[in-house]
Unconditional design. Structure first.
Length: 327
């Protein structure tokens, strides 16, 4: 298991390179739901998502002389790739990225702007991850995985240090989950430093791989993803993922969210703030709204992981004939 002290040390390593992201009270939801709702704005992080924490920390964990000679590789549904490219560029390193063909056009366009080599592989994040590892073994690349590495988990966990620094008396933390790197780091730190915090992981109903794996007691490597607004969390789990056992032990509860619920929270947040969040960031907000009666009077925090919304799919959703029936 990862020790929370490793996360404290990572904060010092990352401080010169990353943003201490803001936390905001979500007044509109608080008033509507009868509890104190706060948002941790990881969408303000360098590269536009929390993923920069893990990518930067893994690279910075390697001795500088070795780091400068190395060639790095990553696979991603988008946000991790953008964070990976950002870290390569800012640290002056070499590498390439493997992407699933299902990546959104907006994210692909952003990645192309870095002028870092990329390759489209398979139809899911798991396909891209497996191909990345095979090529890296063949050519001696250093893999920067989206979640399945202790250094990634430690880096992502630094968001929890900021959470405890910014908000006292927190009762519930709700985290979007794909491969589980973020929630593994957050849960490791919070359960060590404030065990009373209730940690909930949430996934879209259309891509519930971690939830189904937890329910079955073993990693289900089959990709059961369908089309989802939460493309940042879509995809299967890699066999032997470190995050699985951490989630088994430290995550208190799981929540599945429908596509309609995701779209509603994107719309509500935009109406309240004037800003768009991506589907993954809407997951914890939908979960809080579903559980509001149980948490009346408590302090609940949603980690808003990024703002790269698949706008084409979102527009299709809100243009559908039954949209007015779910508002």
């Amino acid at each position: 298991m990862i020790e929370h002290k490793e996360i404290d040390k990572a904060v010092e390593v990352l401080a010169p390179h990353l943003v201490y992201t803001p936390m905001r009270s979500y007044t509109a939801m608080s008033d509507a739901c009868g509890l104190e709702v706060y948002t941790k704005l990881e969408l303000r992080q360098k590269s536009g998502s929390f993923k920069a924490r893990g990518a930067f920390f893994l690279m910075l964990s390697i001795p500088e002389s070795e780091r400068k000679r190395a060639f790095f590789a990553a696979a991603s549904t988008g946000n991790h790739a953008i964070a990976f490219c950002t870290a390569l560029q800012e640290l002056g390193l070499k590498g390439m990225v493997f992407l699933p063909r299902s990546i959104s056009p907006a994210k692909l366009s952003l990645i192309a702007q870095f002028e870092i080599p990329y390759q489209l592989v398979g139809n899911s994040s798991l396909d891209a991850e497996l191909h990345c590892r095979a090529e890296s073994t063949k050519h001696g690349y250093i893999v920067v995985p989206p979640y399945n590495d202790p250094r990634i988990i430690v880096g992502q966990g630094t968001v929890a240090v900021e959470i405890l620094d910014q908000l006292s008396g927190i009762d519930v933390v709700v985290v979007p989950v794909g491969g589980g790197g973020l929630i593994s780091g957050v849960a490791t730190y919070l359960k060590a430093c404030k065990p009373s915090v209730h940690i909930i992981g949430c996934q879209p109903k259309m891509s519930p791989e971690m939830v189904r794996s937890i329910q079955s007691g073993q990693i289900l490597t089959e990709d059961i993803s369908g089309p989802t607004l939460s493309d940042g969390t879509a995809g299967g789990l890699e066999e032997g993922s470190l995050t699985f056992s951490i989630c088994q032990q430290l995550v208190d509860e799981w929540c599945l969210v429908s596509e309609h619920e995701i779209a509603v929270e994107i719309s509500n947040y935009h109406a309240s703030s004037g800003s768009f969040i991506e589907g993954s960031a809407a997951l914890p907000l939908a979960c809080i709204r579903k559980r509001a009666k149980e948490w009346s009077g408590k302090k609940a925090l949603a980690i808003l992981t990024g703002n790269r919304l698949n706008r084409e799919r979102y527009i299709q959703m809100i243009s559908s004939s039954d949209w007015t029936n779910i508002l």
